[in-house]
Design a protein around this ligand. Structure first.
Ligand code: HPA
Length: 269
């Protein structure tokens, strides 16, 4: 796997028009930030050696090099989900490649169900911590030389970046929540009993992504900032039927606010 990562990184280095140190992963329904990037190069995942190919509806798959405001960025439009059948090594492959090509800070976004009773649909939740509830660990197997065998996890979501997000949100009058994200394998949304369980665990939101990528980024020493868009509520008395389309619609409605915060953070960072 390490050889493949290096092979892909070496290939990308021959194509890269810029040398960004900031990367963005755009989650479900949150691809619009990519439209603000002054694109210098787009590469389809299918054209990148060793890259897995995204399959899910609503997730286009390409790497974008360009400028967001004044900053060189690398954006992943579409990510690889465990529920699609990828192994955790495949889900996190792009992060390993990012490290090899010089990425130092990673911004991730996702759509999530809120389990905190104070949340509303359309809230933005800055991720302060996570619970890994996936059945396979992304660091399972021989250790990669990017980090220790037993990585410390006491501060995975960079406190400074969280403070910056808070001050930008306050300046712009955008309401933000803070909370713990629990990552599950999917593809089912939760039963009411499962939402309740995750609330008891200490989760404020639940989704099917992010945690694997963040663990690997942290293992590589990449600083991480994450934000969830609350697209539905897993709160007793408020649970209604939820579909992928509704999740996308709800995410779509909030994306300008999320993009606003992310853009500003990336430019001040
Ligand atoms: N559960 C899991 N994943 C999700 C949800 C949810 O309620 N909403 C959006 N992604």
């Amino acid at each position: 796997m390490y050889k493949k990562i290096q092979e892909t990184a070496a290939w990308l280095k021959t194509k890269m028009p810029t040398h960004p140190t900031t990367a963005i992963i755009l989650g479900t329904g949150l691809g619009r930030l990519a439209e603000e990037i002054k694109v210098t190069l787009t590469i389809d995942y299918k054209d990148i050696p060793n890259f897995p190919v995204s399959t899910v509806e609503g997730h286009s798959g390409c790497l974008i090099f360009g400028k967001l405001g004044e900053k060189d960025v690398l954006a992943m439009q579409g990510r690889f989900h465990y529920y699609e059948g990828y192994s955790m090594k495949e889900v996190t492959f792009p992060i390993r490649v990012m490290y090899e090509i010089g990425i130092k800070t990673l911004f991730v976004s996702n759509a999530a169900g809120g389990t905190n009773p104070d949340f509303e649909i359309g809230d933005l939740m800055i991720i302060t911590d996570h619970i890994n509830y996936f059945p396979e660990h992304p660091l399972h197997g021989p250790n990669f030389p990017t980090g220790p065998r037993f990585p410390d996890m006491h501060e995975v979501y960079d406190r400074e970046l969280i403070r910056l997000a808070d001050s930008i949100a306050a300046e712009k009058g955008i309401k933000v929540q803070h909370g713990v994200y629990v990552g599950t394998q999917g593809p089912t949304f939760e039963t009411p009993a499962e939402y309740k369980l995750f609330r008891i665990f200490g989760a404020d939101a639940v989704g099917m992504s992010t945690v694997p990528e963040v663990i690997v980024a942290h293992h590589c020493g990449i600083r991480v900032f994450g934000v969830s868009v609350i697209t539905d509520l897993g709160v007793e008395g408020k649970i209604i039927e939820v579909s992928h389309e509704e999740v996308q619609r709800a995410a779509d409605a909030v994306q300008p606010l999320m993009a606003n915060i992310m853009r500003e953070m990336i430019n001040r960072n």
